[in-house]
Write a new protein. Structure first.
Length: 379
């Protein structure tokens, strides 16, 4: 069953009514608010989902099953969905990689890794309960299979980076079981390996899947590679496990050190076009803590100015200065914090590249200031 489908007739009719009311001067959000009083899942502009179930995957990872309303358009395997929760009166939004439940368009699961100090992840673990209603948005992202499913793919995951890869795996098993798949999955131990039992069962039942679980902390942020002699992502490892790795469509999701290694390996092999990367944690700059740059951002008629230290992203620096900057995922995925760079230079933390010059788009959540900056919000 395809993940993307047209909305049911009732939803289409409701959307037409909302459109008519808009032409009459009635806000679509006001119409949504009225529908929400009857049933939050009936809204068509500001979407909602009901928590159906919660299941612990590991001591630090929780899967939440969500029932979306009819206006949710479904998802492609590997996409992300933004969720919104209210914590102490403040709405917070984060991006998570969902998995369709039994191929259904309106029901999916997200798996949330608890983060130290993470507002949303800890709220999901400790406070969110079955029956609760949360806001969601339509699925997006480009960490997806091409329209024509290739005969063979390579997946590389680290820690909770398995979540979008699991969505792709389940889709291929259900819809394209003849596709050959190699999955290389790094985790500290089996106990920390999300979906460990499911993956082992899937590999035993699906001859086309080669599942390679590797216990290692080499690609774990803050852990020195010298402290671990276990496997790490390398050209030698890839050639041993999949000799044709450079020619295959490849998907990598995990902590920054793992993705940095993958980016360099594929670049050295001249195969960067075959690699897709997906971040699941906010990038952190590693500049001189004593260096600070002046940042000015204009959004409409509301200018804001603050100092950005070289050790923080522009988004975090602005928030620490007390400014409310429009953003979404904090991972460089949703582009809601994108600004036009009018003057100055930044470093893109997802690629390591410097961005200079007037008119260049900059994502504040994954950019660090290299000079004084003048920016204009694009959202």
């Amino acid at each position: 069953m395809p993940e993307i489908s047209s909305p049911p007739a009732a939803v289409s009719a409701t959307q037409r009514v909302a459109s008519w009311l808009t032409h009459m001067g009635v806000s679509t959000y006001a119409f949504d608010d009225t529908l929400g009083l009857i049933n939050p899942l009936w809204t068509v502009t500001r979407l909602h989902a009901r928590v159906v179930a919660k299941t612990a995957e590991t001591p630090s990872a929780m899967t939440v099953v969500l029932q979306a309303g009819g206006a949710f358009q479904g998802l492609k395997p590997g996409q992300f969905v933004m969720i919104g929760v209210e914590i102490n009166g403040v709405r917070h939004r984060r991006a998570y990689s969902p998995r369709a439940i039994d191929g259904r368009r309106d029901r999916f699961a997200i798996t949330v890794q608890r983060q130290a100090g993470g507002k949303v992840s800890n709220f999901v673990h400790d406070k969110l309960q079955p029956g609760d209603i949360i806001e969601i948005e339509q699925a997006g992202g480009e960490f997806t299979l091409p329209k024509q499913t290739p005969p063979e793919v390579l997946l590389v995951a680290g820690g909770s980076g398995i979540t979008p890869c699991m969505s792709i795996l389940e889709h291929l098993r259900r819809e394209r079981a003849a596709t050959r798949v190699t999955l290389i999955y790094f985790a500290r131990s089996r106990a920390d390996r999300i979906f460990a039992r499911t993956l082992e069962s899937l590999a035993a039942q699906w001859p086309a899947l080669r599942y390679v679980p590797l216990e290692s902390t080499v690609n774990t942020p803050g852990v020195s590679a010298a402290s671990d002699t276990a496997a790490t992502l390398s050209t030698e490892l890839l050639s041993e496990l999949q000799p044709q790795w450079a020619a295959l469509p490849a998907y990598c999701c995990g902590p920054a050190p793992l993705m940095d290694a993958a980016r360099q390996i594929w670049k050295d092999a001249g195969a960067s076009d075959h690699l897709r990367l997906e971040a699941f944690a906010a990038a952190r700059p590693s500049g001189d803590p004593n260096v600070r740059h002046q940042v000015r951002i204009v959004r409409g008629d509301l200018p804001m100015a603050f100092e950005a230290p070289a050790t923080e992203t522009i988004l975090v620096a602005g928030e620490q200065a007390g400014h409310a900057i429009k953003h979404g995922c904090r991972q460089g995925i949703c582009h809601e914090c994108t600004c036009r760079l009018n003057s100055g230079a930044v470093r893109d933390l997802t690629t390591g590249e410097q961005i200079h010059g007037e008119g260049q788009p900059v994502r504040l959540c994954v950019s660090a200031a290299l000079s004084d900056l003048s920016l204009e919000s694009l959202n």
